[in-house]
Design a protein around this ligand. Sequence first.
Ligand SMILES: [Zn+2]
Length: 662
Amino acid sequence: MKIQEPANVLSLPPFETTAEEIRKSGEKLLAMSQELTKRIGSQNLADVTLESSLRAIDDLDFDEGQIFGRIYFLQNVHPDPDVREAAREVQVAFQAWCIERAYDEGLFKVTEAFAKKATGLGGEEKKLLEERLKDYRRLGMHLPEIERMELKRLQKKLSEIETHFSKNIQEYNDCLYATLDQLEGLEPSFIESLERDLEGRYRISLEYPEFLPVMEHAHDENLRRELFIKKNNTAAQENSKLLNEMLQLRQEIAERLGYQSWNHYVLEKRMAQTPEKVQAFLDHLESRLRAQADSELKKLQDLKIETTKDLQAEIHIWDYYFYSSLYKKQNFDVNSQTIKEYFPLNQVIDGMFELIRKLFGIKMEEQKAGSFYRWHEEVRLFKVVDESGEGLGYFYLDLHPREGKYNHAAAFGLIDGKQLHDGRYQRPVSAMVCNFPRPSKDRPSLIPHAEVETLFHEFGHILHGLLTRAKYAAFSGTSVAWDFVEAPSQVLENWIWDAEVLQSFARHYERNSDTLSKALIDKMNQARKSGSALFYLRQVALAKSDIEMHREGRDKDSIAISNKIISSVFLPLPQQTAFAAGWGHMTNYASGYYGYAWADVMAADLFSEFKKTGILDHATGRRLRQEIYEPGGSRDENESLKAFLRREPSDEAFFNELLGSA
Ligand SMILES: [Zn+2]
């Protein structure tokens, strides 16, 4: 007998279109959540079942997620400032309620009661129950009320200090004034864009669009040194103290919850699990990269000696960007302006969809304008359909910048995947938001290769969300451990460095038969590799500082710890700097910075399987889809990795890629 597959539910979010509608939805959201929380939490504990506990709470999360996800999204993309403001108000109110809900005694008791009864749970239910119980323990729900109150107070204090810390960085507003002579090496158009003071000197702010070009191109070493020191004194006075307080509070919270340190507390929820494992990972990375990094540094030093005619010249930390950039320019001059002409946006998107069709067996069907709601006329909608004909979900593309819109590239989830009570499956909906230039009258939108990479990366998150088959919303798509979530999207970046793939869609926007040459693609790859050991050594230095700061112990001096590690692992920091005081990651990435390199290692390992079978191999693509994208968080990430790799994970692919040839 053939078992009938349960049907999929494919629906689009019922978007609010006015501030008034947003407010109404916000009220509905709060009322619904409060009522259901009360109803689930007040049931008779003797009669608790899987349905009335775990599933009911997941249903609640799912229902909330649909409304809140939509409103949060509109806050980021809606052209009307009133709509965005109303959405922001809903967000603030709802998030405050979410904290209350997390500590809700009723839901906790119901979960606990079910845990006592539940024997022989397997699969997703077992994992869901374990994670719920773990989350309650991490909130201190097992502690006597008086201790719990104290914990809540400490958490609140920590979050206030973190907000203060971020605000100090955001509002810090130092700058440097330079004469025209000092700006030698910089593009005239860049210099023209700088503000000038009454004496005609140019003002360089510490913001990246001004800081980075000066660090990369200004010939004047003193200028670079001075700017570097200023940048690394961002919010130094106040934030050094605040960071020390944050470390102290985190240690205290961790101890009260029964953990040795903040590292232990954070890492228990990650793939890495323990600080020892992270430390070993970083030590290993450092030792494998050291020789290559030394030789890269030597090349930069030779270049400095040649440029300055000073035989004693050394590479200082403020020289790093300048000589790295000069070295690349001299050795593999890839002109990003010329390359851009081979990447008209729509051609890139079509090429990406075609690649994904070949790899994963899914096609994207664009929906006709007028058949769906758009918050802006440039928005496009696609239906994702499996080669069997099964509808898998929808995604929106919102590609160009406008006033008040989210100004980076990101994937937003709008509807989670989830198995419904009648056995049908709610397919997900998501949206990709980017800021590519608009086409002009005589030119299509042309995007640099680095942005093509961003596009593929973000689309990786979209796929991870849309292909999900997890039963519970809690595990849908990208709901995985934080140190895993980037790997499934990172891996997709690899295809755009391959000549065969690039030549399939990188055609000149005017001369259509002219594709990007193999020689140029080779050069792009060399440039990509150049300096990568030093790049990762810097990552290791930062990750080690982060871990060291969050080790057990009290009364730590955050600046002394981080300055010492960065100086010994990467390049010496000048005495009068306080990098960590301006390090925004120290709020929500605490004990987690290693995750960037960790994900890169996994992504390289995943991609290495395609190198064995051919990078367009459908079977390997299918396997990536089934073992990595579809399970989401429904099983342990290590299991997913092993299922795809059909072996133990390894870092060899990462090192081969990096150290294979200089
Ligand atoms: Zn990402």
